[in-house]
Design a protein around this ligand. Sequence first.
Ligand SMILES: [Zn+2]
Ligand SMILES: [Zn+2]
Ligand SMILES: [Zn+2]
Length: 430
Amino acid sequence: MEGFIFERAVLEFAKYFPKESQKKPFFYHSIRVGVFLWNQGYSEEIQIAGLLHDTLEDTKISEKEIENLFGKNVAGIVKANSKNHLLPKEEILEDIVKRCSDYGIDAMIVKIADIYDNFLFYKKEKNFSEIERCKKLANLVLKYKKDHDDKIFYFLGEILSFDNKIILLGSGDTLGTPVVGCNCEICQTEKRTRFGIFITYNGKNILIDANPDLKLQFLENKLDYKNIDYIFITHTHTDHINGLGELSFRKEIPVFYSNDEINSRNMNYFNYLEGEKVIKRISYKNFEEIILEKNIKIIPLPLNHGFPTSGFVIFLGNIKIGIFSDTNLNLDEKILENLKNCDYLFFDGFSENKEQILELYKQIGEEKTLEDLEKIWFHTTIEELKKLKNILKPKNLVVVHISHIAGKYNYLQEKYKDLIIGKDGLSFNF
Ligand SMILES: [Zn+2]
Ligand SMILES: [Zn+2]
Ligand SMILES: [Zn+2]
């Protein structure tokens, strides 16, 4: 009957358990790893190896003793899962994973169970640097996966994508949809709140623009102002900035804005928030890289919006995100160059086409031509984005800053299958 040997292993382990107090409850961790492997249907040998995986490192038991008690395979798996302290510190993790991989799938299974339990533990503790370490190990396991295949590899995905996400808070334009007083068909059914993006990466939260619908968006997405670490402002048009007044926590959240005269002047309106220690103003300069954290880097770039406006290229580890919410396509080659091969590119798609803009002018009694638009119109069309996608080759091009005139979501998504039509609350885990 299965289980008796496991029990014996627990008792042996307890016998060898060090008397001095430990940094974390590693006996409990070991038991969980063993039980997890039982739950997943692995052999008793693997369960026991899981239970004992830390014992060579942390107790006085020897490999020989493990072998005598539980056999060669258990001892071999535990050995593969133990650090080689003779190596330089930076090589230790990779060396373990490599040896587990060389030993075989049994050792890999125990390694993954070990990483996964640590991940769950540190997730509870909200210890993001340890979660980072779990992610690093998970990546190493994938690196040395070779031909090994097993359902346990599935758990790595959960670790790697944990908490890293982008939420499109609002997909709408300056007015938002529905537009007050508008009787158009789209305004009867669609909802597009003002533009904003919330990014979570390794426990840090970045808010792009503070729009007037911020409160509703935070409630809707169960977010908390308290957890914002950085705010980046593309420009100080009201639909991108008025939400700053929603913030109330005395956390001195750094608010990055463009150092040009107009944006700086408009930011002065929020001096009272700085006085109350809610925000801290920090100006940025286009093209100058800002390093927020290890692995988080942002480059502001000048756009063409008829108003000093920036777009952002954000690097989160290996992930590249582009955010160009308010601009037409009369941009310098070298600006667009920065947007090549984004994993996620959020781009202005105010209308479906230019004819809709001419119609818009007509409604206010102004007759314009397509040539006029070149000089007076500072947004992009979804038709243009379709072409842009072929040039910039982003993995995902998300259309944002969409006005009511662009059309209904279903119509647009059906017609532009290569693009992701923005939708409030749309989120991407990465
Ligand atoms: Zn805007
Ligand atoms: Zn409308
Ligand atoms: Zn604007």
